[in-house]
Write a protein that binds this ligand. Sequence first.
Ligand code: PMP
Length: 390
Amino acid sequence: MKGRKLLMIPGPIEFEPEVLRVLGAQTTSHVALNFITAFGNCIRNMRKVWQSNDGQPFIVSGSGTLAMDMAASNLIENGDNALVISTGYFGKRYKDILERYGANVTILEALPGNTVTIEKIEEALKNKTYKLLTFTHVDTSTGVFVNPKPIAGLAKKYNVLSILDGVCSVAGEEIKQEEWGLDIVLTASQKAIGVPPGLALLVVSLKAMTVWEQRKTLVSNYYCDWQNWLPVMKAYEEGKPSYFGTPPVNLIFALEKSLEIIVTEGIEERVKRHQNIAAAFRKAITSLGLKLLPINNSIAANTLSAIYYPEDVNGGDFCTKMAANDIIVAGGLLPELKTTYFRVGHMGSVSTKDMIATLSAIESVLNTTSFKFKLGDGLKTFQQEVSSVH
Ligand code: PMP
């Protein structure tokens, strides 16, 4: 591994060398023509990746939490009702954010490893009038995947704005923002989009922009207010200079490069690559006798896997030994189960070779414990699975 460790956490991920090269270039002016062109290209390619012809993209300095904050602060007015569908840590974070802006939040919480049923969501929507609902496409704390299409359909039926936290899914899982009728799909740069941390990225539907335009009160977050950012996004798209807050020039060039790589691969092909790698990895993990946190494969994410440690295996030791084997994985995140599982990210530039290196390290580390399994079974299963796809 040429003297460095492989970063297999669910973000930040391993970045493409071309993206990192662009990031290291001399910084130019944020009103230079080549920068304006790059920004415009990012906006246009975001629409392709999100599959939203009419949506308004926003590219702002910040992390995924800022993207969540921006959606909430621009749409919520004091006293509005909001419904949060939570599949883990990040659903609960959305509740906190919405409440900061004065929303009355109802939260539907799934048991760890499970989702909230569509019937429960419909029942909640029937019982109360909501301005918006939020849900997490892939909750990075549990590895649970939620199918956005039926929830977006319900939101339309009950005339509720839908916000998809796609921080751990955009450019890794299938998203058809316009066709499915999602009002906001938000993400951050450091995951499947493939750019080092620092960019909050959102695409907002025309309907959500109209709801924002019709606000009766000022947006109470100055930095997030679309009033400040919309003219900048429009100007850059039209090839004109603009300014509100200094944009992260190098990150924008890196985003331009990464989006170009994504669009060249083709979004459908990219999603399929994620699905194939994830399915083979899950099969390999279960063939070793390990258990995944999602209760079944139909709700298991394709961008990361959350895996329980076997009994008698110390989590802290496991991750340290993985690092000594040159593979960095993440520990648990959900407070109630934190010490019982670990997480492997497999998104963006991820290849079958990365997964083979990861599985090999998992087997080597387990082999130093009292856990009983057949050395090589996981690797064999993975290789059989991926070769059966090609
Ligand atoms: N939502 C989800 C699903 C996430 O995975 C994360 C980050 N892991 C966030 C929101 C918050 O993003 P950030 O850490 O970039 O603020």
